[in-house]
Design a protein around this ligand. Structure first.
Ligand SMILES: C[S@@+](CC[C@H](N)C(=O)[O-])C[C@H]1O[C@@H](n2cnc3c(N)ncnc32)[C@H](O)[C@@H]1O
Ligand SMILES: Nc1nc2[nH]cc(C(=O)O)c2c(=O)[nH]1
Ligand code: SF4
Ligand SMILES: [Mg+2]
Length: 224
């Protein structure tokens, strides 16, 4: 009898994944929806405040079929693709297309350092603008901003008053207002949320204040 050989997994149909879990969306305008998180491994940046540094290394290869099976078994309708930096793995774009084809509401959290133009139009792109306080301000890919639309979001994670003043200036310089909703979030344990709230109100700034809801509920733990 001839031995059956198992075909090797197609390298274009797999991703290195740190975790897949179900929680409540804690960030962006989709905050509060039960959401399945797909956290991809690896990031070329090193933001000083990063709460997901455990995703820089390790992880396991998953085929698209394995990911889709796990997502189906978790049962929610919203999916957030995050990391690490999800777009650092080129197959990520194809996975998101497959998830949209299956009818999921997909959002992407990205550092804004990598081209977002190839992301499926059905995906809501939440693009961080890295501030001076993050330590990664030189990595911003400014060409991303004109590509964004009303279903995307532009986010600033602020480390202090200097970052806040810088962000206000960037909004004017890059004419961001009216393009996509703008989110201002305090870097956890670095900027007092109440101070940021007071600055926004005092300036009548047309931005949306954000707190990471999952940390209010569960603290800073992986898988939540
Ligand atoms: C962990 S990152 C992963 C996606 C992508 N690499 C990015 O930076 O957008 C997801 C979001 O968490 C934010 N974040 C990370 N650490 C944070 C902290 N200590 N406080 C507030 N937001 C934080 C990031 O700025 C980003 O908007
Ligand atoms: N609950 C919850 N909501 C989130 N939204 C974005 C997250 C992220 O780490 O990118 C995240 C996360 O880690 N947990
Ligand atoms: S880009 Fe995102 S994952 Fe990478 S270090 Fe910064 S916050 Fe963390
Ligand atoms: Mg997180």
């Amino acid at each position: 009898m001839r031995a059956m050989s198992i075909p090797a997994p197609d390298p274009s149909q797999r991703l290195k994944i740190t975790e897949i879990f179900l929680s409540l969306q804690g960030e962006s305008s989709r905050v509060g929806w039960p959401t399945i998180f797909i956290r991809l491994t690896g990031c070329p940046l090193r933001c000083g405040y990063c709460d997901s540094a455990y995703a820089f290394y390790g992880g396991e290869w998953h085929t698209f079929d394995q990911i889709l099976d796990q997502v189906r078994s978790l049962g929610a309708r919203h999916i957030c693709v995050t990391g690490g930096e999800p777009l650092a793995q080129k197959n990520c774009t194809e996975l998101m297309r497959r998830l949209c084809d299956e009818g999921y509401q997909v959002s992407l959290e990205t550092s804004g350092s990598i081209d977002v133009s190839k992301v499926d139009v059905r995906v809501s792109r939440v693009v961080d603008i890295k501030t001076p306080g993050s330590g990664e301000v030189t990595r911003n890919r400014w060409e991303n901003l004109p590509l964004l639309n009303a279903q995307d979001e532009i986010k600033f994670v602020l480390c202090g008053r200097e970052d806040y003043d810088w962000a206000k200036q960037i909004i004017v310089e890059h004419q961001i207002e009216g393009r996509s909703p703008i989110l201002f979030s305090p870097s956890q344990d670095q900027l007092d949320p109440r101070a940021l709230a007071d600055w926004i109100v005092a300036d009548r700034l047309n931005v949306r204040f954000q707190l990471q809801l999952h940390k209010v509920l569960w603290g800073n733990v992986a898988g939540k």
